[in-house]
Write a protein of this length. Structure first.
Length: 220
């Protein structure tokens, strides 16, 4: 083997040793790509806008872009559902032992373990049901450089928007403490994919797989 050929072989072998294969977490688009895809409100679905918190100014509209329903809002932490070490009456004064949608076994969702999005209650402003959204609908949620796939798991107030589970907050790098955590301002993009639904609401792995495919179509 001549010197030139030997150098090529050695270089290729070294690259093979150091190259990092793509993992499941790297599949699909980036947070930046998803943010860019929903940067504009292509079509406003809501009749008016929502406040980030009860009694606040209504600044966030529900929009639709290329089949995806989305909004930009703050992040309030939802700890409702199953009683866990992080989600209970002691850790969360507003804790409730139920969620609007349940697991396949009928039990409330586990906010500490399952990344899920909270949709606003049906009102004259907007109806999630009318938009083809329900429990288990897959979502992509972005915050800064983080992108997390989740499901629709609970229903909140009719006048406010911008809420997700303890597990979703933690995965996004947001303080998940239901008392002191969350993120203020229009800093989180909630992107829902009507018609894309997991078989079991609690199946986070399926949400990730379906979410990555749906997000890829959106940015494409």
């Amino acid at each position: 083997m001549n010197a030139t050929l030997r150098k090529v072989v050695v270089t290729a072998f070294a690259f093979a040793l150091t190259a990092t294969p793509a993992s499941a977490d790297q599949a699909g688009p980036t947070a930046a790509q998803v943010k860019a895809a929903v940067a504009k409100c292509t079509k406003q679905l809501s009749s008016g806008k929502y406040a980030h918190d009860a009694g606040g100014s209504r600044t966030s509209a529900v929009c639709k872009t290329k089949g995806a329903v989305h909004w930009k809002a703050d992040f309030d932490v939802d700890c409702d559902g199953q009683k866990t070490p992080k989600c209970n009456k002691s850790t969360d004064p507003w804790w409730q032992n139920q969620t609007a949608f349940t697991q396949s076994n009928g039990k409330p969702l586990n906010a500490e373990k399952l990344p899920f999005v909270v949709v606003p209650g049906i009102s004259s402003t907007w109806s999630y049901k009318g938009a083809g959204i329900g429990g288990g609908t897959v979502a992509a949620v972005t915050y800064k450089d983080k992108l997390v796939y989740a499901v629709v798991g609970d229903v909140g107030p009719t006048g406010a928007i911008g809420e997700g589970s303890y597990a979703l907050a933690k995965a996004l790098g947001i303080n998940p403490n239901p008392k002191t955590g969350g993120a203020s301002g229009a800093v989180v993009d909630y992107v829902l994919f009507p018609g894309v639904k997991v078989g079991k609401v609690e199946d986070a792995a399926a949400a990730k797989t379906l979410g990555a495919k749906s997000a890829a179509k959106l940015v494409g």
